[in-house]
Write a protein that binds this ligand. Structure first.
Ligand SMILES: [Zn+2]
Length: 260
C-alpha cells in the first residue's frame, strides 16, 4: 500500500487491484457502482471513499498526453540560468496551470461532494498562519492553497522580478511548501474528479501536467517522496522509467524535506 501519513482508517480493503486492461469504461463504471452499493450495505456504517477504483490507472488513460515531449530534459536547469530564477518561473507556471486544471472541475468539487480534502485514503488538513488546524472542505482547502500561493508568487520580497532584487533566504523552503500544496490539488483531482476530467476530455492535459510537475520536483528534490507516495502507482506509469526507480532515487536524495 501507499504511505499512510494522515491516512484515514476506513476502506483500505476496498482498494483492490486496478481493473484489467480491456475492460470498457462503462464496465468499470458499473463495477464501481456495484462496489459502492455493496460497501454501503456493510454493517459497520463506514462510508466508502469517493472513488475506490483508480480509473486513472487504466492503460487507455495513462497513455493519454498532449505531447510526447521529453520533460525529463525540459526540467533540467539551463546552464546560464540562476537556480532560484528557474525555480521561481517554473513554480509560478505550475501554479497557473494547476489552478486552471482544477477550475475545469471546480463546479463538481463542492462542500457536499468533497467534505474533506482527500486523495484516496489520505486526508489533508489546512493549518492557519498561527499553525492551528482548520477544518475545511476540499473546495475551501483548494481556495486556501490558491490564494496563499497567489500571494507568495506576486510578493516582490519572495518572488522578486525587478533587476537587482535578491531572493530571500527562505525562498527554497517556500517553493517546497508551494509544491506540496499544488501536489495535494493534483492528487485530489485524480482521486476524486478523474471521471469529470474524462467527461471533459482533459485527461491528456492532466497527465501531461502531472508528469512535468513530478519530474520537476524530483529534479530539485522539492517534495518528500512520502508526500507523493499516494500517487506512486500513477507516477510509475506516467513518468516511465523514472517512475518506480524514481521513488528510490528521490528517497536517497540528501536534501529532501521532512516536514509535512
Ligand atoms: Zn473535490
Amino acid at each position: 500500500m501507499f504511505g499512510d501519513q494522515g491516512a484515514l482508517p476506513t476502506d483500505r480493503a476496498l482498494h483492490g487491484p486496478p481493473p484489467r486492461s480491456g475492460l470498457s469504461f462503462k464496465m468499470v463504471l458499473q463495477a464501481v457502482g456495484r462496489t459502492l452499493r455493496k460497501s454501503k450495505a456493510k454493517p459497520n456504517g463506514k462510508k466508502p471513499a469517493p472513488e475506490e477504483k483508480k480509473i486513472y490507472l487504466e492503460p487507455e488513460h495513462t497513455k493519454s498526453r498532449i505531447t510526447d515531449f521529453e520533460f525529463k530534459e525540459l526540467v533540467v536547469l539551463p546552464r546560464e540560468i540562476d537556480l532560484n530564477e528557474w525555480l521561481a518561473s517554473n513554480t509560478t507556471t505550475f501554479f497557473h496551470h494547476i489552478n486552471l486544471q482544477y477550475s475545469t472541475i471546480s463546479e463538481f468539487c463542492t462542500g457536499e461532494t468533497c467534505q474533506t480534502m482527500a486523495a484516496g485514503s489520505t486526508q489533508y488538513y489546512w493549518y492557519d498562519e498561527r499553525g492551528k488546524k482548520v477544518k475545511c472542505t476540499a473546495p475551501q482547502y483548494v481556495d486556501f492553497v490558491m490564494s496563499s500561493v497567489q500571494k507568495l508568487v506576486t510578493d516582490e520580497d519572495v518572488f522578486p522580478t525587478k533587476y537587482g532584487r535578491e531572493f530571500p533566504p527562505s525562498f527554497e523552503a517556500l517553493v517546497k511548501k508551494i509544491c506540496r500544496y499544488l501536489f495535494h490539488v493534483l492528487a485530489h483531482i485524480y482521486s476524486s474528479h478523474f471521471k469529470e476530467t474524462l467527461a471533459l476530455e482533459l485527461q491528456a492535459h492532466l497527465n501531461t501536467l502531472y508528469a512535468h510537475f513530478i519530474l520537476f520536483v524530483r529534479e530539485f528534490n522539492l517534495l518528500d517522496p512520502k508526500e507523493t507516495a499516494v500517487l506512486d502507482d500513477l507516477t510509475g506509469l506516467l513518468c516511465s522509467g523514472a517512475g518506480a526507480a524514481g521513488t528510490g532515487a528521490a528517497a536517497a536524495a540528501h536534501n529532501h524535506v521532512k516536514e509535512r
